[in-house]
Design a protein around this ligand. Sequence first.
Ligand SMILES: N[C@@H](CCC(=O)N[C@@H](CS)C(=O)NCC(=O)O)C(=O)O
Length: 214
Amino acid sequence: MDLYSMAESPPCRSVLMVIDYLGVRVNLINVDLSKGQHLEPSFLKLNPFHLIPTLVDGDLILWESRAIIKYIVDKYSPDNQLYPKDVEKRAKIDQWLYQEMGTYNLLSGFMRPVFSGSKPDVTGKEKFMDSMKLIDNHLEENNYLANNNLTIADISFIGSLSYAEACSVDLSSFKKIVSWMDRVKNELTNYNQINSSAMVNLTNYMQHLISITE
Ligand SMILES: N[C@@H](CCC(=O)N[C@@H](CS)C(=O)NCC(=O)O)C(=O)O
């Protein structure tokens, strides 16, 4: 199974964390976005949308991190509670995966202007913070996003929120989110090994872009 990815990419790291947690073996193929490797014809043949992560498992070519994560659990660790068989439990996990994807899109949307030298979008940031407040409220009564145990929804969202951390978006007022993040990171025993150096690179890159707009 080949995973085309780059560790600096938040959705790639979400997949990498799930793979590590399950102990699944993959062949990692680095796609360096800064060198335009995602636009090379050989990669476009796999994924015409030129996005990482992209998984190739035999004849199956799959992109979108959440679809990849679900597939890996179903195929290689089918009894795992990260994404159980029970239909109702799955439905709640799917709900939170779609929810966190929407929240991540708000985050990446309000940061997008910095890639062309403009300041982050203030209105977009407010929408992201509103969404975070609602998730914080949910975590007042729940230790995890879904089903009161660690699931792929938590891991996917931890990857997504690493982008907020790299962009120095202050999440400290969301007390329940902060403690949930600590809890999930601790449960992922190799969290630092998978994320640390990539986060240094991503943070330096984003801080450089942000500084140009100031
Ligand atoms: N919704 C997608 C987002 C993937 C994505 O945006 N990947 C970025 C890297 S973080 C990428 O490949 N960008 C290259 C491009 O947009 O051409 C997922 O979760 O897999």
